[in-house]
Write a new protein. Sequence first.
Length: 288
Amino acid sequence: MSRLPFTGSARVKHNTGMTEFDTPEPGTSPETPPEGTLVFEQPLNERMRTFLRLDFLYSQALYHNEMASQWGSRAAMGSLIDILAISTRGDVRSDVLKELERQLTTLTEFQSKPGVDVSRLKTLMTNLVRLRTDLQNAGLTFLQPLRDSEFLSAIKHRSAIPGGTCEFDLPDYYFWLTQPDETRTRTFNEWLGLLRPLCDAVAELLWLTRQNGRAREEIAQGGTFNITFDRDNPLQLLRISLPAAAGLYPEISGSHYRCNVRFLAWKGLGARSAQTEVDVPFILSCCT
């Protein structure tokens, strides 16, 4: 079989277990992907899946709100409605606080290890403590003003209908959209301020999770790769890096015990992608 050039000629064992991964020290960065590289992430548990979705929606809301246009406000509103929908499923705040505690416990264990940058470690821990305090102080009902808003509830209800937020459906929403950009942006920033303790903590936890991953080169023989995880050392996130020029993307299936990765060749919007038959070099990062 032919090979796609990417990382190098050295091969490592196929179908390897994650027990062979080294544990990086906190604060160290995983290998930076080369320029022109696509990074695909796969959450390995429901908590990480929720965190990734919240971070994605929050970033999207911030971006569109800063555009200061009616269409930007509409897009930002859609992200806000989705965040509220996710936050009502289970106790997301409790999950974030538990993960903050877990990360703090992990970092505390590194204090006695030789070669650790104590100053850097202290900075990380101080930041996590601040985020934990902010989220605790926000209280159990920190999102209640958003949930109780009749204005937002009407938009949420109509958003379930295709085109349901037209001006004739929600004249009050249309009126708000016609207000000066500064007025809309200020109001939306107030709503985002209620979300900030939660979303800032999620963003920091995702950063730490990615930093805990150790990147290594692998080769998917014939376009497929199997990964078996160590049950005693559960992982939270899988990251796969590929060169954008390769024209490939991974399809990942499995659970937090075992995953199968198939690399599919992009054939354009008019054709169905198919698994490549060539050996595919890629960079794999498993994050705890």
